[in-house]
Design a protein around this ligand. Structure first.
Ligand SMILES: [Zn+2]
Length: 81
């Protein structure tokens, strides 16, 4: 009878640790999504449209203010020519 109690206790401990591990993984995935960088295709923009671009990385563009994911600099507002 004592063995059953020990086995069930170990099982519960394993299930609880598995649950806490999976919740930690989902938290990490959520933090990755928290970025102000939204890549846009500037060739699709009309003349006079504004977008945001990194001074150092011209391929880094966004439809809203944010920071460059490569160097961390603030994106500069650009008017499509
Ligand atoms: Zn940059």
């Amino acid at each position: 009878m004592k063995k059953l109690i020990i086995i069930s206790t170990v099982c519960i401990a394993l299930i609880l640790s598995a649950c806490s591990n999976s919740s930690n993984k989902s938290e990490q995935a959520n933090s990755k999504e928290e970025t102000t960088f939204h890549a846009i295709d500037t060739t699709q923009l009309t003349k006079g449209a504004t977008y945001y671009q990194c001074e150092m990385h011209h391929e880094v563009t966004s439809d809203q203010p944010g920071s460059c994911p490569k160097c961390g600099m603030d994106l500069e507002k650009v008017v499509k020519q």
